[in-house]
Write a protein that binds this ligand. Sequence first.
Ligand code: ADE
Length: 419
Amino acid sequence: MKYRVKDLSLNESGKKKIEWAMDHMPVLAKIREEYEKEKPFEGMNIGACLHVTPETAALMITLKAAGAHVRLSASNPLSTKDDVAASLVKDYGIEVFAVHGDSADEYYENIKNVLEIEPVVTLDDGGDLTAYLHSKLPELARKVWGGTEETTTGVIRFRAMEKDGVLQYPIIAVNDSKTKYLFDNRYGTGQSTIDGILRATNLLIAGSIFVVAGYGWCGRGLAMRAKGMGARVVVTEVDPVRALEAVMDGFEVMPMEKAAEIGDFFVTVTGDKNVIDLSHIEKMKDGAILANSGHFDVEINVAGLRKMAVSIEDVRPNVKKYTLPDGKRIYLLAEGRLVNLASAEGHPPTVMDMSFSNQARAVKYIKENRNRLEKKVYTLPDEIDREIASLKLHSMEIEIDKLTEEQKYYLTSWEEGTH
Ligand code: ADE
């Protein structure tokens, strides 16, 4: 067994966290039960680059139970839980390459180690493993059956690769399944981002002006939760349809340039660069708090802020104070990296249950359809969404109605109209 974790003796607390997560992931447990019996991934090597959390551990354990040989590296150096990594190695025999706080070089060395097993399926969150494989190991990329992508940012990268004609194997955009983005992106990001901000700052959201940059599914969830906690929520957007939705959902909408002048909290969830730039920071109030919940740490111009500051000081865990030449203080949370994973525990297992059930189904889908799939980005069929939603409802002991034969016929016919 090969691995690189901080300290194997941390495994006890990691194991408890993994067990807690698995206890709250009933859909994945059902799939694991099925895979344990049928061993659909027997003999398959699977390489994953995901946040090393208890929820990811549950997915890795599922893939191993299905017969796969799995190697895992972290998709963000600050989201790695070292005790979980230790337990995966020591208690579950899964090879992990991840240490909390790894440098960029170590991060890519971990990915390199994962790719050593020559995976036939890759699992990615943000696209770094897949992009590395394409650019550094093109021969190996050509042998891969297919890959999955967990997040919006990664899907955007892979669609760009498809458009440029450089994608070497099919990608399943797990992010684009309804049972993923409607729940994980909305309720997961909504709750875990607030959680990260609260753990870092211990400040009151009620009565504050809370600026959400981006009104995708993550932004929607975050705006909704901030409003629920009593904030005056301001949304900034570039897409007119989304901006209009935000207005009609009851939020104030304005350009960042204006929002910068009034906000107490600023959170970026756009997937794009320099959404909070120096020109905005210059306009902010003393004490403004900046955080990012988008995948990469590019949404806030942190490098520029660092240059602009006359002093930088750690004031609390995950809170850095930047003092500007005029004496104004700007607080940056979690270095502008994913605040929900760096300063809290990421999305709860209850919601990752559906995301990672989609991942488990996506790997099976790749295996079963590998001779048919082209070098394109695909979404999973609707029936998988329906299966996962049904299993989740069942686990919550919620029943729903069934169409009668008459209703089924009505929905597939055209003759009957105005009576
Ligand atoms: N992304 C967001 N939250 C996560 C979690 N808890 N585990 C893995 N990936 C995540």
